[in-house]
Design a protein around this ligand. Structure first.
Ligand code: PLP
Length: 293
């Protein structure tokens, strides 16, 4: 495995005192984070993971916009996106070239009591999802325990922000494994399809591709948005709407999408075989792997 690159973002947000450098490289093998940092003690912060295919950013601007939106939802200072963009590109340029690189960028609330956020970019190589894109995944549906309107009724629950509190997102994958599956589709407590723990859902019926509307306490997926742009170019109809679980069962195609995974076709849902449309899946992934927006 290649050595990751790490850059700290110094001039990272509005209101943060002036810094001599905008960003700087650091040693990922050395201890870097204060044990009192609120990301360590509370998971209090935000992150994004953007892919770079042969050095080209995949939808980086959409990731930066979502990063700023997550900061707003968590009442964190607004990140200076122009500094983050340059730091991310510098960290990728400093990495040994590989067909697929991932840039994970993080802003935390900082050390308790200081009120000073900290941030960094971490770039690593590898494409762990190549097999899923080809062979598909087995998925189970699990109750998320929130209604689909939770973002409107209870914004303090931070649904729809990409926070560092991903222990639940990981725990549901262990539950999936206990049930003999690879991944999960969350269903709201009032019976609407939401998203995966690290992915968006697209469901196909005939020529129409639908995804759950993003005002239901879910993340607006950058990969799903790129997939919809491509599907529309191909002459298909796309819809953001409320999706019911029964619609997944009789679908002509079902996919989980995320930045470095691209589109993984669902080959089994709650133990039932699902059709995989190989041609559409391969063409969609070819488009996603070369996307810039
Ligand atoms: N939903 C959740 C909860 C996620 O964590 C992610 C990505 O990690 C997504 C959706 C898909 O987002 P993107 O396509 O921008 O990676």
């Amino acid at each position: 495995m290649s050595t990751p690159t790490l850059f700290f973002v110094d001039d990272l947000a509005e209101g943060v005192p002036a810094t001599p450098t905008r960003f700087h490289q650091a040693d990922p093998a050395a201890g870097q984070i204060n044990v009192m940092d609120l990301s360590v003690t509370r998971g209090d912060g935000i992150f994004e993971t953007a892919g770079f295919q042969h050095g080209h950013p995949m939808a980086l601007e959409a990731h930066l916009r979502r990063f700023a939106n997550s900061a707003r939802i968590l009442d964190l200072p607004a990140p200076r996106l122009e500094v983050w963009r340059d730091a991310i590109l510098a960290a990728v340029a400093a990495h040994e070239p590989e067909p697929m690189l991932s840039a994970k960028f993080i802003m935390t609330r900082g050390v308790e009591g200081t009120g000073l956020p900290i941030g960094w970019v971490y770039v690593f190589g590898g494409d762990e999802h190549a097999v899923e894109r080809r062979d598909g995944i087995a998925v189970v549906t699990l109750d998320r325990g929130y209604r689909h309107d939770v973002a409107k009724t209870s914004p303090w629950l931070l649904q729809g922000a990409k926070t560092l509190s991903y222990a639940v997102n990981k725990s549901v994958l262990r539950e999936a494994a206990r049930r003999g599956a690879d991944d999960v589709i969350f269903i709201s407590s009032d019976g609407f399809v939401l998203e995966g723990p690290t992915s968006s859902v697209i469901v196909r019926h005939g020529d129409t591709f639908a995804t759950p509307a993003t005002d239901q306490g879910i993340l607006a997926g950058t990969t799903q948005a790129s997939a919809f742009a491509w599907l529309e170019q191909q002459g298909h109809t796309t819809e953001y709407r409320e999706v019911r679980p029964e619609e997944l069962v009789d679908a002509d195609g079902l996919w989980l999408l995320s930045s470095t995974r691209c589109a993984a076709p669902v080959r089994e849902l709650d133990g039932r075989q699902m059709p995989i449309d190989r041609e559409t899946t391969d063409a969609m992934n070819a488009a996603l792997l070369t996307r810039t927006a």
